[in-house]
Design a protein around this ligand. Structure first.
Ligand SMILES: [Zn+2]
Length: 345
């Protein structure tokens, strides 16, 4: 009997000791922040119980904040007024899903992911680091700087741009969205959407979507030609032929030329006796290709370049790796420049 009593006592003491110790231990952990999860689970449970019993109010959980749609979508809507851009936030990818749809013709639509302006199809999201945003900087209505005034830093910038263009796997602006807009993902497809047009008396093949803006530029140039001697001279003596659409099969890592999309046109002089393309100049002059004076380069008069820009075209002569013969229909880049300018005002 005696033994049993003592045993009971020892058992009870041991139980109290274990209970006490486990509380102490939890307090110590909580104080150290080690057991935070356990503690918060505990709080959550007791709150639930309180709420269920109606004894207290649950603290209001903040709604997950949905970000605003990317501002740059407005640029695309302005540049392509016949195309709808509808953004829906995709919680799974934590990114905007953009439905791009033609409002006329085929009314085709496709889904892209915003991906910081890259506009990628879902199957390219895993490769996003291969691409840059479609929004490239292009200075509208800006004249070229005299290379004689370049700083050492600027020379370096030109040199780097030249080196990057020949490096494999260097990220480049994504053009999936352009391939959708101009139906240019395959040769077969794009060739169903081309038009052969007359421009300033010369023949050129371009995407059907470029026909109208090109006609608008021509009208303005012909008007200007009546009063502007420089423009008249250029058209008469310095322009020989045009090269537009040209499908080039390219290796994966290479940047697809926008001549394959049908939105680029090269203007070629009768004789290639002046510098016209950085790469050819580099082959001749080596690392100092960027310092060739503007007067030794072939280029259209600024009056003509400005008219092209007014209608949504960019001129390759303003790129770091200049391509003076090259014009490209890129209304989204013209609008992007204007949007950025407005923002910084
Ligand atoms: Zn070109």
């Amino acid at each position: 009997m005696q033994f049993r009593k003592e045993f009971k006592f020892i058992l009870i003491t041991a139980f109290i000791f274990v209970l006490e110790f486990s509380f102490l231990e939890r307090d110590a952990f909580a104080a150290n922040g080690i057991c935070n999860q356990g503690v918060s689970t505990l709080i959550g449970a007791s709150n639930k119980q309180i709420a269920r019993s109606g004894l207290g109010q649950m603290p209001k959980q903040p709604e997950p904040v949905e970000p605003n749609e990317p501002e740059e979508l407005e640029i695309l809507r302005k540049a392509f007024p016949d195309i709808l851009f509808t953004a829906v936030y995709d919680k799974e990818h934590e990114d905007w899903q953009i439905e791009v749809a033609f409002t006329t013709g085929s009314k085709a639509s496709e889904i892209f992911y915003w991906s910081e302006g890259r506009l990628l199809p879902e199957n390219q999201l895993k490769n996003k680091n291969l691409y840059l945003s479609i929004f490239e900087d292009y200075p509208v209505e800006t004249e070229l700087q005299d290379p004689a005034t370049y700083s050492q830093e600027q020379i370096e910038e030109y040199r780097n741009a030249g080196a990057a263009s020949t490096r494999q796997n260097e990220p480049f602006p994504a053009i999936f969205i352009l391939d959708f807009i101009y139906s240019s993902s395959t040769r077969k497809k794009v060739e169903q959407h081309l038009s052969k047009v007359k421009f300033l008396g010369l023949t050129v093949t371009v995407s059907e979507r470029v026909v109208k803006p090109l006609a608008a530029v021509e009208k303005k140039i012909l008007e200007l030609k009546k009063t502007n001697k420089t423009v008249a001279n250029f058209l008469e003596k310095d322009l020989d032929h045009l090269e537009g659409y040209n499908w080039r099969d390219i290796r994966d890592a290479d940047r697809k030329s926008l001549h394959s999309v049908g939105i680029a046109i090269d203007f070629l002089p009768p004789k290639l006796n002046r510098h016209i393309y950085w790469r050819w100049t580099k082959d001749q002059k080596g690392e100092k290709w960027m310092l060739v004076p503007l007067t030794s380069r072939w280029m259209p008069p600024y009056e003509i370049i400005n008219l092209f820009e007014e209608e949504g075209f960019i001129w390759g002569g303003k790129w770091l790796i200049w391509d003076n013969m090259h014009f490209e229909y890129r209304p989204e880049l013209i609008e992007y420049y204007r949007w950025k300018n407005k923002k910084s005002e």
